[in-house]
Design a protein around this ligand. Sequence first.
Ligand SMILES: [Ca+2]
Ligand SMILES: [Ca+2]
Ligand SMILES: [Ca+2]
Ligand SMILES: [Ca+2]
Length: 562
Amino acid sequence: MTTPTRRRRIGGRRLAALGTVMVLTLVGGSLAAYQVLAPRLAVDGAPVALGAPQFVEEAAAAGLTHRYAGDVDYIVGGGVATFDCDANGLADMYIAGGAEPAALFRNTSSISGALRFERVADRSTDLSAVTGAYPLDIDGDGPMDLVVLRHGEEVVLRGLGDCRFERAEQRWGIRPGDGWTVAFSATWETADAALPTLAFGDYVVEDATGEWTGCADASLLRPAESGRAYDATIPMTPSYCTLSMMFSDWSRSGRRDLRVSNDRQYYRDDGQEQLWRIEPGQPPRLYGPDDGWQTLRIWGMGIASQDVTGDGYPEVYLTSQGDNKLQTLADGPARPRYSDIALRRGATAHRPYIGGDPNASTAWHPQFEDVNNDGFMDLFVSKGNVGEQPDYAAKDPSNLLIGQADGTFLEGGTDAGIVRYERARGAALADLNLDGQLDLVEVFRNQDVQLWRNVGGGTAEQPAPMGHWLAVDLDQDVPNHDAIGAWVAVRAGNHQVEREITVGGGHASGTAAPLHFGLGTATSAEVRVTWPDGEVGPWLPAEGDRSITVRRGASAVEPVAR
Ligand SMILES: [Ca+2]
Ligand SMILES: [Ca+2]
Ligand SMILES: [Ca+2]
Ligand SMILES: [Ca+2]
């Protein structure tokens, strides 16, 4: 590691300590939240990174009683889909159950209050063998639809509104595979495509006795000529036991390629991480050495993507066993050659940070979000032993890596109060009570789901915001009315964050919610959307601490009524 990097990291630690002092001050007297936090601007006017927010666990109190259960058939998976199924603005949840039925929960929290959920029992959603789920409005009719991944046939549910669903495989001409599916992603390949292109990733192949014999092919489903249904499934050969997939415009070319993270690669000699070039009208093509792609073999479990270096191109975080990867483009957007900056950025998260277990970690669901609203992107990584693997940590708490002003990350899991030693799997960070602070739901293998309310610098009784924020929803003409594939930039002063709207990644868990941006001390910001077809909208002013909708072509943002 170079000396300048070390110096920057020390600076980061000092700033984090400053944030911690402020949080402690707040706990003692939270009424003066903004007054205490107001002097957060450094002398030169740049925003300053804060410490971890406080999370209060309230799954049982909230009525969110559920677990992902099962034997070796459910060692992977355990996902949660977070999305609004009754159009009241509050994000509801569909949680995998493994050997037990999956469960849909309606969010009945009061705005800015304690979290509350009600189980919605329904034959269409109480499915067995569910490993995970991703929300997506496939038919563009408004209600979110749900792609349900299973150890067995996938199920595609069409949303009917009011958190009701119907089976839709036949309606949309989807012939589900019957493999062990844990990975999913979707994109609209062209602006006029009537349906999104879907990608499913399968894990190991089992023989009749249940013995694992190799890796199953992933599949690509494209809309048929008619536009109303899907064509025959395209097998993606070779596949290497996929656990996560994500369409992302890594080169900002307007084309979304498919990143694939693979676990049991030793089943094939040429096993490795993958990136498929997905050109409209062309068969999927694997990037190889001639394209600059370099072989990487990890125990791939999950994918997250975010431009953390600020050059406009997304970095890719890949979870694994041992050190996790933070990949950045080595030669710019010309070719997909990546170098790993996880060590330099303090994001390897390779062993437990508390609990004393010296063994290496097992990481699953990564998600970039700004949990303390200071304007610097943070990174959550769920952790937990596969089962009883003795070479890996048994006590392996999930990470909450807090983003620093210099681009590095510092562990904040202990400060945040989210340390648990059970085996975590899927998760979601989303604002479940619409107070502008991102809450956390975490699914565990054979343990109860945990639900944490983010109370910022305050307490359960008296939450205290740590910074201002903005939640951004997009709207354009159907079919892709949520503008999947768009990039949203938010700037306040000289500080800018840009995020891509994606469907996929994580570990078996997908969230459809407004994009969240922390603003730090800024009370307003400007928003600019690069729409999925590449058209760049104007910078539009927006007041902070609210949810807004940016409609394509509009000359002003619209506040979302609550
Ligand atoms: Ca709702
Ligand atoms: Ca729909
Ligand atoms: Ca942050
Ligand atoms: Ca919240």
